[in-house]
Ligand binder design. Structure first.
Ligand code: ASP
Ligand code: MG
Length: 428
């Protein structure tokens, strides 16, 4: 049994959906569990719709909804010759639910409402793809992930109830796959125990694929992307980026942690726990090998990887009376970052000061700084870049740094990180 994950770019138009069908044909001998994201940029579009409705901008919301509707209908018209095909009724029903939302006067708290609306992106996309595959003799069973993935109700970033989820997936999914049938389901979405829709955090479909794979003890997972595999840097900034053929689970987790955006950070743990290999392959060139994340073979060689984060803030915090930074100060400081949901990317302390690097997030970073200022002397610089190099050497450091000014540097055996005064990424 194999789990495949197709992201938004791999279903962004009708040609992309047809291409997905051809990729499945290459694997017609194994039962597939296919996890799919919202088409193209539809999650962003639904977020926008939600915000317009909640701000009372009814006309703009109607306009947005009509764009969302025609985006999906256009794809369906291209894929289905029969204009009375049941898929159109399904699309209309989902759009109707969104329209009802637009006409409401009372709303749920923001995050709950978010999950109840944004999940339509995945529902629409999987309904269209599943029907298209059935029509082109790639029979599959459509399943609603909200009936399989049970979460708590941390809306927009829901935690998985692993026991319940594993049980449901094993009961409902395994019999279908064991008969040799394939399944199409949604990434990114689940439901709480009362059946309210929840979402797993933006870009969470990779994680969904890992959850399904864990529950069914899949042979492997493949994430189909528009890049040839996991690269050692973002090719937008580093034209010489190379593909990493084999990567250990540990290396993959570290790369994701430092901000490489190739795979959602939560994806690796469930796969490592069951030793399920994760392939990252190109949906444009599906026959090329791509990358594999698994326990490394003996001759494993680590290639240097580069990760850049822009829009960073360096905050230095000192007690006002020149006393040492003590454990209870650190506790207080961490609580402030926790309260504003700010992740600390780097920290360093001296006798009388503690420095952290975090994202400059609108409305939150400054609020945290202001709160810290009540107690401490705080200095901060904005518009910075954090560069991380894994498996560095002098040459890689020299190449990346060129003549930048370093504000803070930290090295371990494997990883070096620099904070530099530069707001945008340059080629190197
Ligand atoms: N559609 C969701 C998002 O764009 C989930 C995903 O793509 O993984 O965040
Ligand atoms: Mg997406």
């Amino acid at each position: 049994m194999k789990v495949f994950k197709f992201g938004g770019a791999s279903v962004k138009d009708y040609g992309a959906v047809q291409n997905l069908g051809r990729i499945l044909d290459m694997y017609s001998s194994s039962p597939l569990l296919v996890v799919i994201s919202a088409m193209g940029k539809m999650t962003n579009a639904l977020e926008l719709l939600l915000n317009l409705v909640l701000k009372g901008q009814k006309e703009d919301a109607k306009q947005k909804l009509s764009e969302i509707s025609s985006f999906h209908l256009t794809i369906a018209f291209e894929l289905f010759e029969d204009k009375n095909h049941p898929v159109f009724e399904i699309i209309r029903n989902y759009i109707q639910a969104l329209e009802d939302f637009c006409n409401q006067d009372e709303f749920l708290p923001y995050d709950i409402q978010y999950d109840s609306i944004v999940c339509y992106g995945e529902l629409l996309s999987t309904a269209i793809v599943s029907q298209y595959l059935n029509d082109t003799s790639r029979t599959n069973v459509f399943m609603d992930a909200r009936k399989l993935i049970e979460t708590d109700n941390t809306w927009r970033n829901a935690r998985i109830f692993w026991d319940e989820t594993t049980e449901k997936i094993r009961t409902d999914v395994l019999p279908i796959l064991s008969k040799g049938n394939s399944i199409v389901t949604q990434g990114f979405i689940g439901a709480d125990k009362n059946g309210n829709s929840t979402t797993l955090g933006r870009e969470g479909s990779d994680f969904s694929a890992a959850i399904f794979a864990f529950a069914i003890d899949a042979d492997d997972v493949t994430i189909w992307k528009d890049v040839p595999g996991v690269l050692n840097a973002d090719p937008k900034y580093y034209p010489n980026a190379v593909k990493l053929g084999e990567i250990s689970y540990e290396e993959a987790v570290e790369l994701a942690y430092y901000g490489a955006t190739i795979i959602h950070p939560k994806t690796i743990k469930p796969l490592e726990n069951k030793q399920i290999p994760l392939y990252v392959k190109s949906f444009i060139n599906p026959k090329t090998p791509g990358s594999v994340i698994q326990n490394p073979k003996d001759d494993y060689q680590s290639t240097p990887s580069y990760i850049f984060k822009i829009n960073q803030v360096l905050i230095s915090i000192s007690p006002r009376d020149f006393s040492f930074i003590a454990e209870d100060n650190l506790k207080e400081i961490f609580e402030v970052f926790g309260k504003y949901g700010l992740r600390i990317h780097l920290m360093q302390n001296s006798a009388v000061s503690f420095s952290v690097v975090t994202d400059d997030t609108e409305g939150r970073t400054l609020a945290a700084i202001e709160e810290l200022m009540k107690q401490y002397r705080v200095r901060y610089n904005t518009g910075l870049m954090l560069t991380t190099i894994r498996h560095y050497n002098q040459e890689t450091i020299a190449k990346v740094l060129q003549c930048r000014t370093i504000l803070l540097e930290q090295r371990s055996r494997v990883t070096v990180q620099f904070v530099t005064a530069e707001s945008s990424i340059r080629d190197f």
